[in-house]
Ligand binder design. Structure first.
Ligand SMILES: Nc1nc2c(ncn2[C@@H]2O[C@H](COP(=O)(O)OP(=O)(O)OP(=O)(O)O)[C@@H](O)[C@H]2O)c(=O)[nH]1
Ligand SMILES: [Mg+2]
Length: 270
């Protein structure tokens, strides 16, 4: 789909108005043209069409709440996939909640999330962290935006201030967004958010290469390929349980990913 209406709100990325990358798109011009059937046979996705996916690594303090929230908000209709490397009770709790658990040795955020993204076959895939920081109450809004035709809906935590985010992370995240904005030539506000919705084609058509920097890559490549990407302001809560990311090492890895991926996409477009 190539939308020409510009972003409706601050904190949003909408279409750049240019032709999408046809070589990498199915059904450009009509978001439903080549889509798989929706579960209820209409042209609107419902939660029966949605998989919520996440990497989980020793998240027993949070996973019960996160999965109960998803169940409540989607009325139990969304499928949940956890790619898990835990040594605590996380996978048992996930299975108790009916989630599909894929076991994987811990190899970092991106290795887990890439496997989680590619595991389901439902037409809409939503990522989240399993740490109770992301508002599952926003799932209906994300799904509505996909139904409006957006290929990617990306949660913007910084729009509302992200008070619960450690100050160093907040500064870093603003810098990553500023760098990505300059390198892409398109304004983005939160490149490292963990909560996004994708039409499954986007996930499948792009080759994902980054690990710690996958969250940035998951925004940068779709934006630079002309997909319709929308940033949606979201609240951000305090983390339950221990962080799995070293802020300094992680920050360096993300900065490298932003640079590498924007450069690769520019070269690809030549
Ligand atoms: N399976 C698996 N999951 C991982 C791995 N590393 C991180 N995760 C999960 O990926 C998600 C993101 O990790 P977080 O520790 O929340 O990283 P962050 O969001 O950058 O940092 P926080 O400020 O602590 O939230 C969480 O659900 C983790 O459990 C890993 O090596 N394997
Ligand atoms: Mg997190």
């Amino acid at each position: 789909m190539s939308r020409t209406d510009e972003t409706q709100r601050p904190g949003a990325v909408a279409s750049n108005g240019t032709a999408p990358d046809e070589a990498n798109r199915n059904g450009a011009g009509d978001p439903r043209a080549d889509d798989p059937e929706t579960a209820d046979g209409t042209d609107q996705f419902t939660f029966e069409d949605v998989s919520v996916v996440m990497g989980t690594y020793n998240e027993e303090a949070a996973i019960g709440t996160v999965l109960a929230d998803i169940e409540r908000v989607t009325d139990g209709a969304a499928e949940v996939v956890c790619v898990d490397g835990s040594s605590d009770r996380t996978p048992e709790i996930a299975r108790e909640h009916g989630a599909r658990v894929i076991e994987q040795e811990p190899q970092g955020y991106g290795v887990a999330v890439r496997a989680a993204l590619l595991a389901p076959d439902r037409p809409v895939v939503v990522t989240t962290d399993c740490d109770d920081t992301y508002p599952m109450e926003q799932l209906p809004a994300f799904l509505s935006l996909v139904n409006e035709g957006y290929d990617v809906v990306s949660g913007d935590r910084l729009y509302h201030g992200a008070e619960a985010m450690p100050p160093l992370n907040r500064v870093g995240n603003r810098l990553f967004a500023a760098a990505a904005t300059v390198l892409m030539g398109r304004r983005v506000h939160d490149t490292t958010t963990g909560m996004r919705a994708y039409r499954r084609e986007v996930v499948e058509e792009i080759e994902w290469t980054e690990n710690t920097g996958l969250s940035a890559e998951l925004l940068v490549r779709p934006v630079m390929r002309g997909y319709d990407v929308r940033e949606q302001p979201i609240a951000y809560g305090e983390r339950a349980g221990e962080t799995k990311l070293d802020p300094l090492q992680g920050g360096v890895a993300i900065a490298k990913s932003v640079l590498t991926v924007t450069l690769e996409e520019r070269l690809r477009a030549l």
